[in-house]
Write a protein that binds this ligand. Structure first.
Ligand SMILES: [Zn+2]
Length: 300
């Protein structure tokens, strides 16, 4: 007889990870909606992570506003939300793991010395004499990273050549988005990331980093971005209007149609989700979940 074991993790764990730099708008709702629909259509769990690590951009109270918006639209998370700003010890530990394996190195380059293209590897084999590390970079292994995005199709990127050794810890001491998102997805055993297509280009590097940390990279589905009249991404920075919560059904249906579905005749948020989840499932949840779920991390 085998010893009793804890329940295995759910076969599907998704998340929505807004940065609290302002309220959700029509653009961010698309990503939230798609990730919620995908989790529910798979009978999975949906987590909320507040990405408040980029402290200069964080707006006090925006996290509460976002949570109230999601609730007003009938979206419920399955575990207590996490705040990245309270997880600094976890990032430090993951970073030390990489450092112990010489997978990171200090970089003394100033912004003026960097071309803006892929990092040239100036500090890869040691700092120039008399210079101190300002930032820390991930030593990207050679090779082409290939994966299939569930919306965007087959992707490939030569991360070492097209991106170069990217920054994990910035010169201002803050952790880079690319690092913490990988650590969090790994530690939270996220199986599926559903988010906006502006992050498609970051996915290959995140996969490479995830494996170096001992995590199985999550599957991804990148939904198209909503553009404004000028062809810019709808965002807080270019003053997208906040969501209309006085008319939640209308707000939900607008996002739903932008995801490419026909409108629905519903009179409440709950009724919307009841109808929308199976329709999403017909279109996007037919993939078989074949790989073992959960985290492959060593240690904890
Ligand atoms: Zn450098």
């Amino acid at each position: 007889m085998a010893a009793p074991r804890a329940d295995p993790p759910a076969a599907y764990r998704g998340r929505f990870a807004p940065s609290p730099s302002g309220p959700l708008h029509d653009g961010s709702l698309i990503a939230a909606m798609a990730s919620y629909l995908d989790a529910r259509a798979h009978g999975g769990q949906w987590l909320l992570r507040i990405e408040d690590i980029d402290t200069p951009r964080v707006v006090r109270g925006a996290d509460d506003v976002i949570m109230r918006q999601l609730q007003a639209l009938g979206m419920r998370w399955d575990e207590p939300p996490v705040w990245q700003s309270r997880r600094l010890a976890l990032y430090e530990a993951a970073f030390e793991q990489l450092r112990a394996r010489a997978a990171v190195y200090g970089c003394a380059c100033t912004r003026r010395m960097l071309s803006g293209g892929p990092y040239a590897g100036t500090c890869r084999n040691g700092l120039p004499p008399g210079r101190a590390a300002r930032a820390w970079r991930f030593r990207v292994p050679d090779g082409i990273e290939r994966f299939t995005d569930r919306w965007q199709g087959p992707q490939s990127q030569d991360v070492a050549r097209e991106v170069g050794d990217f920054i994990l810890r910035r010169a201002d001491g803050l952790w880079a988005y690319q690092f913490v998102v990988v650590v969090d997805d790994g530690l939270q055993a996220i199986t599926d990331v559903v988010r906006g297509a502006d992050l498609l280009d970051s996915t290959a590097r995140q996969r490479v980093l995830a494996r170096r940390l001992g995590f199985e990279p999550p599957r991804t589905l990148h939904v198209p971005l909503i553009l404004d009249e000028q062809g810019r991404k709808l965002s807080k920075q270019n003053h997208a209007p906040a969501l209309d919560l006085a008319r939640p059904v209308r707000t939900l249906l607008r996002a739903w149609r932008r995801l490419g579905f026909d409108t629905l005749d519903v009179d409440s948020a709950d009724a919307f989700w009841e109808r929308a989840v199976p329709l999403w499932g017909e279109r996007y949840a037919r993939l078989a979940i074949t790989r073992p779920p959960g985290q492959l991390a060593r240690g904890d």
